[in-house]
Design a binder for this molecule. Structure first.
Ligand code: PMP
Length: 372
């Protein structure tokens, strides 16, 4: 096995080494196919099996009930911001409701506003996006097209522990890009859930959308085919050439989750433990490391924190990289440090980061500016 640094990138994020090895081994010529996965028709038997297994794995893992359809779209979660609103808001005669707990929610709202009226029921901007709302802080009207939330805000490191509750009859719509497949979900509660693959599910290039089938009756006619969920459902996501390579790797990652990890309960336990280890290093630091998210809204996937000043942030990043801990820089809009602990990050990676944090603090705390 290659000796690689631990990669804390927020996305595209670290992938399981056995999957990368399988990709390496298959990239020139797949046994039984005689060509690279990059060179064969998406309408052939090989890809039919790949996309079939990808769907079956997702169905088994989450699990996905028979009431819901799984489709594979291009265009990232950003295209889903538009697609969700085009399909379920445009022409509905109702506003859509959004709960905004970070930058991705802001972007989702901006795209939805192009399709219809949007009610922002709660927005954490004034507090700098440190938490999700408490149930008493927002009320979801009964006459809205749907309620949208972002289950994990990747930039701020703020995650919903459990989904918000919508009144009966209001479909719940979720951008789950950065915590998809990190825990089992009760999808019967969701009308639509979408997730770009490039954190927990595979490489960039494919986005999974899981839609309750009866909602497709609400889709207005006249949408461009590629922006209409019914096109994907009707064609098995094969209306045009899909991102074959990305779907192949998604299939391998979901197979790894089933066969090697042992399912999403096991994955969730591992993810909780990794996050516990890194947050414990923050909490034990006497304020040297300051976490961004309120403890009750801390993301298990993206741990965001700062050091006493920006010079120390920069030194931390440089010394961490030298110690084999890479891609820890916070998003440019918020700065600081962000450690992403996606599914493929081994427990030992979280331990190595926590050890490094302790040693760095011991070396630099005395010289750090005093805080009042
Ligand atoms: N939503 C969330 C929660 C994200 O983390 C991201 C990407 N980091 C996006 C949406 C946008 O995804 P994409 O770049 O695939 O459009």
């Amino acid at each position: 096995m290659v000796d690689r640094p631990y990669n804390f990138s927020a996305g595209p994020g670290t992938l399981p080494v056995p999957v990368l090895e399988e990709v390496r081994d298959g990239i020139l010529m797949l046994p039984g196919v005689g060509a690279s996965p990059l060179e064969v028709s998406h309408r052939g038997a090989w890809f039919r099996d790949v996309i079939g297994e990808a769907e079956a794995n997702l169905r088994a893992l989450l699990p996905v009930p028979q009431t819901h359809r799984i489709v594979f779209c291009p265009g990232g979660a950003t295209m889903q911001f538009s697609m969700a609103a085009m399909n379920l808001l445009r022409g509905s005669g109702l506003p859509a409701a959004y709960l905004v707990s970070g930058s991705w929610g802001v972007k989702a709202v901006a795209e939805a506003r192009k399709e219809g009226d949007v009610l922002v029921l709660w927005d954490g901007a004034d507090e700098g996006y440190r938490r999700v709302p408490m149930p008493a802080e927002y009320a979801v009207p009964e006459d809205v097209a749907y309620l949208h939330f972002t289950s994990n805000e990747t930039i701020h490191g703020v995650e919903w522990d459990a989904e918000p509750v919508a009144p009966a009859g209001v479909p719940l719509v979720c951008d789950a890009s950065s915590d998809f497949l990190s825990r089992p979900l009760d999808l019967s509660r969701y009308g639509l859930l979408y997730a770009g693959a490039q954190k927990n599910a595979g490489p960039a290039g494919v986005t999974v959308a899981i839609v309750r089938e009866d909602l497709l009756e609400r889709v207005p006619d006249g949408l461009p085919s590629m922006l209409d969920y019914r096109t994907y459902v009707g064609s098995g996501s094969l209306h045009n050439t899909p991102p074959v390579f990305a779907i192949w790797i998604l299939m391998l990652v979901t197979r790894w989750l089933r066969e090697t990890v042992g399912g999403l309960d096991a994955q969730a336990a591992a993810d909780r433990e990794k996050a516990r280890i890194v947050y414990a290093a923050i909490d034990a630091s006497d304020g040297f490391y300051r976490g961004h998210a309120d403890p009750g809204s801390r993301s298990r996937m993206n741990v965001t924190f700062r050091l006493p000043d920006e010079d120390l942030d920069a030194r931390f990043l440089a010394e961490a990289a030298a110690a084999g801990l890479i891609e820890l820089r916070g998003h440019r809009s918020v700065g600081g440090i962000r450690a992403s602990l996606y599914n493929a990050m081994p427990l030992e990676g979280a331990r190595a980061l926590a050890r490094f944090m302790g040693a760095f603090r011991a070396a630099h705390a005395a010289a750090a500016p005093a805080r009042g």
